[in-house]
Design a protein around this ligand. Structure first.
Ligand code: TA6
Length: 296
């Protein structure tokens, strides 16, 4: 662990130079470098708050127990902030373990925990359910796996949503396509949350895009740049994926999004369980996450 207080972070590096950095604040991955450590794969705003003062603008914010603005009323999450409390809570570092896969290549796993007892009074009051989260970040040579384990530690059942709000770093948004969502139904939040069907395999981004693709049959969404595969985003036990780019006006309107024209150098492909709610009875566990692969 380096640093202290809210800006404490854990850094792990493979012998071949790849690295991952995780803030204890929100268990937010803020950097993932592949190619021997030469290629940064995640976008991070130059004005991202890294001091715990607000959710990190970039990297991989952890969204739990609600995605987006919570239901207006009479729902347990109604008084939570947008995207829930996980990304603005202080998580515990539970430890690091190194492993070798069958082919002998190294990987290192970092575990983080967040429990009801670790919430601010405000969050605890807003969502008074007993839960335990263990978030595992595993760095391998060309991939980063991030998995959440949600346990209901209380007597009452509860329901939640979960999403990994991954900001991918890309060279030029005009040369990017997001592939693998052909035929999938999506809610278009730019077009008044109307429902649409993805008519072709490639999504090009030529303006603000904010779409929630639900119940996706196959598990991989790909980001292609300039005709070459750049990232594969593989879902594990999560059925939905959000595609988001704020474009010019929205980028300008976010105080912590900087530089303003950096919407050209990022795209969010966010895996999650956000359509409807995952229900956990007493003692039940949910596990899900993603493996993101750098194909450069
Ligand atoms: O994931 C897309 C989204 O839900 C957008 O609607 C936009 O609000 C984005 O998340 C960022 O939300 P934030 O609360 O981090 O500003």
């Amino acid at each position: 662990i380096v640093g202290s207080g809210a800006s404490s972070k854990v850094i792990a590096t493979l012998p071949s130079g790849e690295s991952v950095e995780v803030l204890l604040f929100g268990a937010t991955v803020t950097s993932w470098k592949s190619n021997g450590g030469k290629t940064e794969n995640l976008w991070l705003s130059e004005k991202a708050a890294l001091d715990g003062s607000k959710a990190v603008r970039g990297g991989v914010p952890v969204v739990f127990p609600v995605f987006g603005p919570p239901p207006k009323s009479d729902h347990p999450t109604s008084s939570l902030p947008q995207h829930g409390f996980a990304r603005t809570s202080r998580w515990e570092f539970l430890g690091k373990s190194s492993a070798e896969d069958a082919l002998g290549s190294d990987s290192v796993k970092l575990d983080f925990g967040l429990y009801s007892s670790g919430l601010t009074d405000e969050a605890r009051k807003a969502w008074p359910l007993d839960f335990g989260l263990v978030y595992s970040v595993t760095l391998s040579k060309d991939s980063l796996q991030t998995v959440i384990n949600v346990r209901n530690e209380g007597e009452q059942s509860f329901e939640f949503q979960f999403l990994l709000h991954t900001y991918f770093k890309i060279q030029d948004i005009s040369k990017v396509a997001v592939n693998g969502l052909l035929g999938v139904t999506y809610i278009d939040k730019v077009l008044d949350a109307t429902e649409h069907k993805q008519s072709d395999n490639s999504i090009k981004i030529t303006g603000e895009v904010d779409r929630v693709y639900a119940s996706i049959p196959q598990d991989t969404t790909s980001i292609v740049e300039d005709g070459k595969p750049r990232f594969d985003v593989v879902r594990d036990n999560l059925q939905d994926t959000v595609v988001w780019n704020p474009w010019i006006e929205k980028a300008k309107s976010m105080g912590d999004f900087s530089p303003d024209d950096d919407y050209k150098h990022m795209v969010c492909v966010e895996v999650g369980a956000v359509q409807g709610w995952q229900k956990l009875d007493k003692g039940e566990v949910f596990e899900g996450g993603q493996t993101i692969k750098s194909l450069l």
